[in-house]
Design a binder for this molecule. Structure first.
Ligand SMILES: Cc1ncc(COP(=O)(O)O)c(C=O)c1O
Length: 419
């Protein structure tokens, strides 16, 4: 092993404290990355749709090669759904490629309204607002509602956009142990009297790096006991868990939406791009104005909205979500049987723990050589010592695809001892 280590903390600690030193330090790392012919900090681009089998343009050799995709958020194969594509073409021809304005000026179109109602309906809320991404939806929800006199309590593994929105709000932030309602309750008990203005509790519905599901029934009990508000990010739950993929609340048959706000994305299972907040009518009306990443940002293109609506219809009318979960369960069971550590994954995201960062960098080359794309996750995206291969399953994977992946993994494991 040549010992090359990816260090993603270089933006935090510049050796001389200057603005540009960080940039310089990173430049040196990137040079080493390129000398090692890696595909982690910079990517060889796809020259095909992002589906189960892709074509890659190798940026070192200039050659094209085929690979099996086990790293995409395109869980349902929606990016290449023919009905969605036809709809996008038809709507683009009539309505153009962009929306032409921010939602509150000239950007609101009928396809946006239709998609907002569809999302609210699927998620069981009154109404929804669209955003240009899930990231900006999370920021918008938090900065719209939270001020510096509030407290925000996060699950330790929440997504970066939720943390950034919290930092922007100026509120104090605390973190509870991952998916641990008792740890949340302890923080609420100790702090709720100091925050008469209110406390926001925030959790991913499905955790993006571990693939486990938030323990919502117990979290909601605690949130209600301390009269707080709960924000759930259903980015990786939408199209994946719950009845016909309707998400984390449906997964637990939770029907009461009191004190709950939910966000999500159109860029994962829905296969397009964009994000949303769905909530009670009063909250949605308020956030249309005060979620600054909605109010001050151009509305989604009509075609994106129209094709996303088609995917929500497809989720409801086909067995695509079941197919995804059958594949994810097959893969997870096989990995567990073989003795790989997949943490508490229950969804389409399956971590395979490697832990050693240098080893993980080496392994990445081996997968690529054998035509498999997966993601390699390093600190600070996960805690030090928790580096991993992150497998993302798709409804369109075949048994042969999965068996090929498992064979290659075992082959790599023989040399690198992942188990
Ligand atoms: C949990 C979670 N929330 C939000 C986002 C952001 O969504 P988008 O990619 O639409 O900005 C992501 C995507 O990485 C995510 O994993």
């Amino acid at each position: 092993m040549n010992g090359y280590k990816i260090d993603l903390y270089l933006n935090k600690k510049s050796s001389d404290g200057s603005i540009m030193e960080k940039v310089h330090d990173y430049k040196l790392q990137l040079q080493e990355h390129e000398e090692n012919r890696l595909n982690i900090l910079k990517k060889s681009p796809l020259c095909s749709a992002c589906e189960r089998e892709v074509r890659i343009l190798d940026r070192y050799s200039g050659e094209k090669f085929k690979a099996l995709m086990f790293g995409s958020n395109n869980y349902l194969g929606a990016t290449v759904n023919n009905i969605a594509i036809d709809k996008a073409i038809e709507v683009t021809k009539e309505y153009g490629v962009g929306s032409g304005g921010v939602p509150l000026l000239t950007g609101t179109n009928i396809f946006q309204n239709e998609l907002e109602s569809t999302i609210a309906n699927v998620k069981g809320f009154d109404d929804a607002i669209l955003f240009s991404s899930g990231f900006t939806a999370n920021i918008g929800a938090i900065i719209g509602l939270i001020r510096s006199n509030n407290l925000i309590i996060h699950d330790r593994l929440n997504h970066a956009s939720l943390i950034d929105g919290s930092l922007m709000s100026g509120a104090k932030m605390m973190r509870y142990n991952h998916n641990d309602p008792a740890s949340l309750e302890k923080i609420l008990a100790e702090n709720h009297e100091n925050y008469p203005g209110g406390i926001l509790v925030v959790t991913d519905g499905v955790f993006s790096m571990d693939g486990d599901i938030a323990r919502l029934p117990e979290i909601i009990d605690v949130v209600n006991k301390y009269e707080s508000i709960l924000l759930i990010d259903d980015a990786h739950a939408t199209g994946v868990i719950g009845h016909k993929g309707s998400g984390s609340l449906s997964h637990y048959n939770i029907t009461d939406r009191k004190n709950i706000i939910l966000t999500g994305t159109l860029s994962k299972a829905i296969g397009a791009v964009g994000g949303f907040i769905t909530a009670s009518q009063d909250i949605v009306n308020y956030l249309r104005i005060f979620a600054r990443s909605n109010m001050y940002s151009t509305a989604l293109p009509p075609s994106v909205c129209a094709s996303s609506t088609e995917i929500f219809k497809m989720m409801a009318s086909t067995d695509v979500v079941d197919r995804l979960n059958r594949n994810a369960n097959y893969m997870r069971e096989k990995l567990k049987e073989k003795g790989y550590d997949t943490l508490n994954s229950e969804t389409a995201i399956i971590p395979i723990m490697v832990r050693n960062e240098v080893l993980l960098t080496e392994i990445s080359k081996e997968f690529l050589k054998r035509g498999i794309i997966v993601n390699y996750i390093f600190p600070p995206v996960v805690s030090p010592g928790k580096s991993r291969i992150r497998v993302s399953m798709m409804a369109t994977h075949t048994k042969d695809d999965m068996d090929y992946f498992l064979t290659i993994l075992d082959e790599i494991d023989r040399d690198y001892k992942i188990r």
